[in-house]
Write a new protein. Structure first.
Length: 87
């Protein structure tokens, strides 16, 4: 649902990770509900089992930001959401 106009529309979620863990578990939504019926989502998701490159989903400049916070003694607030009107 669009948070601006409140209309239902097809959408995808995109997120960035600040630091990759040793094990990353992702849950993909497989079903959607319409009234009282459950329907399977048929979108095909493909990814490699080895050599998955997640660099495109890391926040840019994370290491520099962490170093700056450490140097100044500041605190780190988790990123809730970044949004611009161009999305």
């Amino acid at each position: 649902m669009c948070h601006r106009c409140k209309k239902r529309q097809k959408s995808t979620k995109k997120f960035w990770v600040q630091k990759l863990p040793k094990v990353l578990c992702l849950h993909l939504k497989r079903f959607h509900w319409t009234s009282y019926l459950r329907n399977k989502i048929t979108t095909y998701v493909e990814f490699p089992l080895r050599g998955l490159d997640m660099r495109g989903y890391l926040l840019q400049g994370w290491i520099g930001t962490l170093h700056s916070i450490w140097q100044t003694g500041g605190s780190l607030v988790p990123l809730q959401r970044q949004h611009s009107d161009s999305d």
